[in-house]
Design a protein around this ligand. Structure first.
Ligand code: GDP
Length: 139
């Protein structure tokens, strides 16, 4: 069993697709082990995306991520990191496969509806960034 961090970004919340995104996870057999809605401060967004701090879009990305509420979830399942990335689609919605979340709902390379951890090490860091043990369902 594996865990990953998923975020419905401010554009996804604003487009009223929270339920649609969660439906895709649940119908794929993925379990939700923790969930909350929060609004990040700029320092919190900068800390989360620290790996991207040298990238030209870092300031724009962290502004966007603080622009409204987000839904943060821990997803659980077999191979869930890769499974979630497949459901999300490519970073740029123009390159995303048909039927993926980003293909269906993203409008911009930055405003791409969802985040998902890309490896076990990043998943562990990202889960710990948002949740403590008491907030995670132990099955
Ligand atoms: P992800 O793992 O698919 O989310 O992609 P990355 O880790 O490469 O990038 C993190 C986030 O930064 C993406 O989800 C986008 O929101 C944003 N992003 C990535 N590339 C660009 C870019 O070229 N321009 C802008 N403005 N944002 C980008």
């Amino acid at each position: 069993m594996e865990r990953t961090l998923s975020i419905i970004k401010p554009d996804g919340v604003a487009k009223n697709v929270i339920g649609e995104v969660i439906r895709r996870f649940e119908t794929s057999g993925i379990k939700i082990a923790a969930m909350k809605m929060i609004q990040l401060t700029k320092p919190q967004a900068q800390g989360f995306y620290a790996v991207h701090k040298q990238r030209p879009f870092f300031d724009s990305l962290t502004d966007f991520m603080t622009s409204g509420p987000i839904v943060v979830m821990i997803l659980e399942g077999e191979d869930v990191i890769a499974q979630n990335r497949k459901l999300m689609g490519a970073t740029n919605f123009k390159d995303a496969e048909e039927g993926t979340i980003r293909k269906d709902y993203a409008t911009d390379i930055e405003k791409n509806v969802v985040h998902g951890s890309d490896a076990p090490e990043t998943a562990a860091f990202e889960i710990g960034y948002f949740f403590n043990d008491l907030e995670i369902q132990q099955r």
